[in-house]
Design a protein around this ligand. Structure first.
Ligand code: NAD
Length: 355
C-alpha cells in the first residue's frame, strides 16, 4: 500500500548511552556551558545522587532529594527556591519519572536546563510533558522548555531497581508504545520505534527478573524505555493513559503498577481498531495468537500485579472512575462508553483476564 502522507517532527535530543557512561557526565555538563548544577533525586536515591555529585566535583553545588510521585507543587516550589539560592545554572535529575518530573517543573518556570540520568523505564526524559499536583488534582502539559537537554543512559544505574519495580516500569513503557501505535499522529518512523521498544522490553524483562545484574538485559530494557518514551513524547495518548491518569489523580494509585494492570485490558478493548499495536505485542511475545491474554499471562508470570484491588482500589470506585474517564475528550481508535469502560475496569479491578 506504500507510505501514507504524514508529518514527522523529531525532538532535539542528545543521548549518551552505555554501561559506565555516568562517568562521562561532566562532558555533558561542560558542553552545555554549565559551571554550577544541583542534583535532584528521590529521598530513597540519595546514595546514587551522592555518587553522581562526586563525579561532578566542583560543578555540583548541592543535592536536593525532594522528588516525589506526581510532583507536588509545594515540593517543586521549595526546590526551585533552593536552586535559586544556590545560584545553580541547571539541574541534573537522577532517578525515575519523579526526579525527572521535578527537574521539568523547575525548568517550566525558570528555563534552567535539565540533564537526566534515568534509573527506571518510565521514559519521562524523552518527553516535553510536565506534571504538577495540587489539592489532589494533577495537571499536565507540553512545553519544549522542559525537555531535557541531554540524557545519559547508564544501565549500571538500573541494576539496583528491584525486579518488581523493573517489571511495572517496563510495562509502563510498553503502554506508551502501544498507544503510540494507534495514535492519530503516529508516523511510520514512530511505529518502528514503538515496535522495537516493545520488543526490547518484553525480551529483556524475563532475563532481568531472572538475574537483575545481567547488564546486557538491563541495557536492552533501557534502550526500549528510550524508544517508548520518545513515542510518548511525539504522539497523543488514548484510553489507557486517560484511565491511568484518573486512577492516579482520583485514588492515588501507584503509577507504574496501575499501568501494568490496565494495559492488557485496554489492548483487548482497542484490538478491533488497533491492529498495529496488537501485532507489535504479538511479535514481541514471539508470535502470540492472543496478544492481550498472553500479555496478561506474561505479566503474571513475572510476578507483576494483575488487579487494581491489590493496588488498593475499592470495587465501589469503578463507576466513578469510568464516569470521569469518559467525561474527558480524547482520541481513541474505538468509541468509548461509560458502560464499556466500567466493564473493562471491573475486570481489571478483580484480576480477571482481558475480555
Ligand atoms: P519514581 O520515579 O517515582 O520511582 C519509583 C521508586 O523507585 C522511587 O522510590 C525511586 O527512588 C525508586 N528507584 C528509581 N530508580 C531506582 C533504582 N535504579 N534503584 C532503586 N530504586 C530506584 O517512578 P517512575 O515510575 O519512574 O515514575 C513515575 C512518575 O513519573 C509518575 O509521577 C508519572 O506521572 C511520571 N511520568 C512522567 C512522564 C512524562 O513524560 N512526563 C512519563 C512517564 C512517567
Amino acid at each position: 500500500e506504500g507510505l501514507q502522507r504524514f508529518v514527522h517532527e523529531a525532538l532535539p535530543m542528545r543521548v549518551r548511552f552505555g554501561a559506565g557512561s555516568v562517568s562521562e557526565l561532566p562532558e555533558e555538563i561542560d558542553l552545555l556551558g554549565l559551571e554550577r548544577v544541583v542534583v535532584l533525586c528521590s529521598p530513597e536515591q540519595t546514595d546514587t545522587a551522592e555518587m553522581v555529585a562526586g563525579i561532578l566535583g566542583d560543578r555540583c553545588v548541592g543535592i536536593l532529594p525532594h522528588a516525589r510521585m506526581h510532583v507536588p507543587r509545594d515540593a517543586a516550589t521549595d526546590t526551585r527556591e533552593s536552586v535559586e539560592r544556590g545560584d545553580a545554572q541547571g539541574c541534573v535529575a537522577v532517578g525515575g519519572g519523579s526526579a525527572v518530573g521535578l527537574g521539568k517543573a523547575i525548568a517550566l518556570t525558570t528555563d534552567l536546563p535539565v540533564v537526566a540520568l534515568p534509573t527506571t523505564y518510565a521514559g519521562s526524559e524523552m518527553t516535553p510533558i510536565w506534571g504538577l499536583t495540587e489539592n489532589g488534582v494533577k495537571r499536565t502539559g507540553r512545553d519544549r522548555r522542559v525537555l531535557p537537554r541531554a540524557v545519559v543512559y547508564d544501565p549500571e544505574l538500573t541494576i539496583s531497581l528491584p525486579a518488581a519495580l523493573s517489571v511495572v516500569s517496563g510495562i509502563n513503557a510498553v503502554a506508551h508504545a502501544v498507544e503510540g501505535l494507534y495514535a492519530p499522529d503516529s508516523t511510520p518512523i514512530l511505529d518502528l520505534m514503538a515496535a522495537e521498544g516493545t520488543r526490547a522490553l518484553l525480551a529483556s524483562l524475563p532475563r532481568l527478573v531472572e538475574n537483575g545484574t545481567d547488564l546486557s538485559a538491563r541495557a536492552e530494557a533501557l534502550s526500549g524505555a528510550w524508544l517508548c518514551g520518545a513515542v510518548l513524547g511525539a504522539t497523543t495518548m488514548s484510553l489507557h493513559h486517560k484511565i491511568c491518569h484518573v486512577l492516579g489523580g482520583m485514588l492515588d494509585l501507584p503509577h507504574a503498577p496501575t499501568h501494568t494492570v490496565v494495559l492488557p485490558h485496554v489492548l483487548a478493548y482497542n484490538a478491533p481498531a488497533g491492529s498495529r499495536a496488537v501485532d507489535a505485542v504479538a511479535g514481541a511475545l514471539g508470535g502470540s495468537a492472543r496478544p492481550p491474554g498472553d500479555l496478561w499471562t506474561f505479566i503474571g508470570d513475572l510476578g507483576g500485579p494483575r488487579s487494581l484491588r491489590e493496588l488498593g482500589m475499592n470495587e465501589g470506585d469503578v463507576a466513578a472512575v469510568a464516569e470521569a474517564t469518559v467525561q474527558q475528550s480524547y482520541a481513541n481508535p474505538r468509541t468509548v462508553t461509560t458502560s464499556e469502560v466500567g466493564e473493562l475496569l471491573h475486570r481489571a479491578w478483580s484480576g480477571a483476564p482481558p475480555a
